[in-house]
Design a protein around this ligand. Structure first.
Ligand code: ATP
Length: 199
């Protein structure tokens, strides 16, 4: 699996539709300060479901929408699509290419798509779980992250190994199941209370 294409439109400094094609191997992005290099990596984390505006260097999520410049009016929505080559079936979808898209409107509402089909954020998160590609995964190492990985608590480092070993999906499903169980136990207690009130 490798990153084939990134399309940005109305995202941060990319007012017009911009398409970046990647090939196998190493790609370097070079440009003067403030030209939008980091906005590209922000767009990758954003389309993968990043929910923290702060980590995208903004105050709120709508800040990722092109806000206008001296020569251009602001736009009403921002959109990013990321296409991965899936010919090795690394992603559990029966397609050779997988494109995920996220769109945000000025109202703050986000829409997500997998191969142009509307989906939930959860579907995208689950699709990338244990692949190393999720927004928190090790495939995106931001400035300062290496130091963070080396110096943070052992539990945080453990998260990286858990992702690499492919058990995050099961831990997440276990958490969901435990929550459902706890909710059901609460409901049962409530029913017992109601029954004893009626007796
Ligand atoms: P450096 O080399 O200094 O790290 P860079 O090439 O990584 O710079 P970025 O940080 O990606 O640059 O881009 C910063 C530019 O993006 C700034 O000019 C900023 O005004 C512009 N920018 C960020 N958000 C928006 C937005 N919502 N609308 C318009 N422009 C934006």
């Amino acid at each position: 699996m490798f990153l084939k294409r990134l399309e940005l439109s109305g995202f941060k400094s990319f007012a017009d539709r911009t398409e970046l094609e990647f090939v196998r191997g190493i790609t370097g992005v070079v440009g003067p300060n403030g030209s939008g290099k980091s906005n590209i990596s922000d767009s990758i984390r954003w389309v993968l479901g990043e929910q923290s505006a702060k980590s995208l260097r903004g105050g709120n999520m709508q800040d990722v929408i092109f806000a206008g410049s001296d020569s251009r009016k602001a736009v009403n929505y921002g959109e990013v699509s990321l296409t991965l080559d899936n010919s090795d079936s690394a992603l559990a979808l029966d397609f050779n290419e997988v494109t995920i898209t996220r769109r945000i409107h000025r109202s703050g509402e986000s829409e997500y798509y997998i191969n142009k089909q509307a989906c939930r954020l959860k579907d995208i998160t689950e699709l990338f779980m244990d692949t190393g590609i999720g927004k928190e995964a090790y495939s995106i190492i931001g400035q300062g992250r290496i130091e963070e990985i080396l110096s943070t608590k052992s539990e945080d480092r453990r998260g990286i190994f858990e992702e690499a070993s492919g058990i995050v999906k099961y831990k997440s499903r276990k958490r969901e199941a435990e929550k459902k169980l706890a909710d059901t136990e609460q409901n049962l207690l409530r029913i017992h209370d109601l029954v004893s009130e009626l007796e």
